[in-house]
Design a binder for this molecule. Structure first.
Ligand SMILES: NC(=O)c1ccc[n+]([C@@H]2O[C@H](COP(=O)([O-])OP(=O)(O)OC[C@H]3O[C@@H](n4cnc5c(N)ncnc54)[C@H](OP(=O)(O)O)[C@@H]3O)[C@@H](O)[C@H]2O)c1
Length: 308
C-alpha cells in the first residue's frame, strides 16, 4: 500500500512517499481504507523527535492521528463495525498512523462517520474534537450559563471547543489575530478578542473556565481572568501550580481521550447541526510536506485535511 513514511527524526524533507506492507490486524482491530486524514501539531512534533524520550517509536514510522474511511475487514474479536461501514476516529498514537491507504485501528477508537459530513470534513474532527471535549466536558465539567475563554479560537482545537461550549449553553469568549476576527464571529463567539489590538486581561470580565492551547506567557496571563474556583485545562504545558494556588484556581494538563464513545457524542452534535467542522485547506496526501509547513506556522485556520 502507499504510505508516507519517516525513516528518522528531522525536517519535513524526511517525509517520503513509499510502498509498504499493509498493517496486520490484532484481534479487536478494524482495517480502515483511509479516504482522508488531517495534520495535527503532534505529527510534526513527533517528526522532529520531541516525543522520542516518551514514546520509543520504531522506523519506518507512519504518522497521522485522524482517519475517516471505510471498514475493509474486522478482526476476530471486533464486534462494533461491519465491512462497508463509514467510520472516523483517532487511533492509538503508539502504533503506525493514518498517512496511508490502510490503517489498523482498535475498534474502541472508532465511531460511525457523521452522515452529514464528507470524508474530508469528518477527518478534520477526531483528535482536535476529542481534545476539546476532554478539556471542556470531561476535565473542566463546563455547565450551562458558565463563562468560557478559548485561547487560540481559530485553531483546530479552538474552533471545535467554541462550538462545543456554545452547544453546552456557555457564554464564550475567544482570542485570535486580526485576520480571524470575522471567522470567530461566524462561529458564534460572544466576545472576540483580537490579540493584536487588546490584551485579553484588559477587556474581559472574569470567566469560569479558560481552555489554554497556546502556552508560555499567554498561559501565565490566563490566570488573571479566572474567577476564584475557576478551571484551566491546558493542551500545551502543565499550568504553574504555584500560580494556580495564588489565584485559587485549578490547572490541568490534557491528554486527549481517543475514545470512540466520546467521538460518538461529538457525532451526535454534528448531526444535530450544533457543530460544523472547519476545514481550512485540503491537500493531497503526497503534499504532506506543505501540510506540515502550514501547521508549523502556528496560524492554521481550522484544520489542514489530506485526501488519500
Ligand atoms: N494534549 C493533547 O492531547 C493535545 C491534543 C491536540 C492538540 N494539542 C496541542 O494544542 C495546541 C493547539 O492545537 P491545534 O491543533 O488547535 O493547533 P492549530 O490548529 O495549529 O492552531 C493554532 C492556532 O493558534 C492561534 N494562535 C497563535 N498564537 C496565538 C495567540 N498568541 N493568541 C491566540 N491565538 C493564537 C492561531 O490563530 P491566529 O492565526 O489567529 O493567531 C491558530 O489558529 C498545540 O500545541 C497542540 O500540540 C494537544
Amino acid at each position: 500500500m502507499k504510505a508516507i513514511i519517516l525513516e528518522q527524526y528531522g525536517h519535513a524533507d524526511e517525509l517520503k512517499v513509499a510502498e509498504i506492507n499493509p498493517p496486520e490486524l490484532r484481534e479487536t482491530d478494524v482495517l480502515v481504507e483511509v479516504k482522508a486524514t488531517s495534520v495535527n501539531p503532534v505529527d510534526w512534533q513527533i517528526r522532529e523527535g520531541y516525543l522520542a524520550e516518551m514514546i520509543p517509536y520504531e522506523f519506518p514510522l507512519v504518522l497521522g492521528s485522524d482517519v475517516a474511511g471505510v471498514v475493509k475487514e474486522v478482526g476476530p474479536k471486533a464486534s462494533k463495525f461491519s465491512v462497508g461501514d463509514e467510520v472516523f476516529g483517532s487511533p492509538d498514537m503508539m502504533r503506525n498512523g493514518t498517512y496511508a491507504e490502510l490503517v489498523a485501528v482498535d475498534e474502541i477508537h472508532l465511531a460511525k462517520k457523521p452522515t452529514n459530513l464528507t470524508f474530508e470534513e469528518a477527518a478534520s474532527v477526531p483528535l482536535a474534537g476529542l481534545t476539546a471535549w476532554t478539556s471542556l466536558v470531561n476535565v473542566a465539567h463546563i455547565q450551562s450559563g458558565e463563562r468560557v475563554l478559548v485561547q487560540g479560537g481559530a485553531g483546530g482545537v479552538g474552533s471545535l471547543a467554541i462550538q462545543i461550549a456554545k452547544a453546552k449553553g456557555c457564554w464564550v469568549a475567544a482570542t485570535c489575530s486580526e485576520m480571524n476576527v470575522e471567522f470567530l464571529h461566524q462561529l458564534g463567539v460572544d466576545q472576540v478578542i483580537n490579540y493584536e489590538e487588546d490584551n485579553f486581561e484588559d477587556v474581559l470580565e472574569p470567566v469560569d473556565v479558560v481552555l489554554e492551547t497556546i502556552g508560555g506567557e499567554v498561559q501565565e496571563r490566563s490566570f488573571k481572568v479566572l474567577k476564584k474556583g475557576g478551571r484551566m485545562p491546558s493542551t500545551t504545558t502543565a499550568p504553574d501550580e504555584d500560580l494556580a494556588k495564588e489565584y485559587g484556581v485549578k490547572g490541568f494538563q490534557l491528554s486527549a481521550d481517543h475514545s470512540g464513545e466520546t467521538l460518538d457524542e461529538i457525532r451526535k452534535l454534528i448531526e444535530a447541526d450544533s457543530i460544523r467542522p472547519v476545514v481550512g485547506q485540503v491537500l493531497d496526501l503526497e503534499d504532506i510536506k506543505e501540510g506540515h509547513a502550514q501547521s508549523q506556522t502556528g496560524h492554521a485556520q481550522g484544520k489542514i485535511v489530506l485526501t488519500v
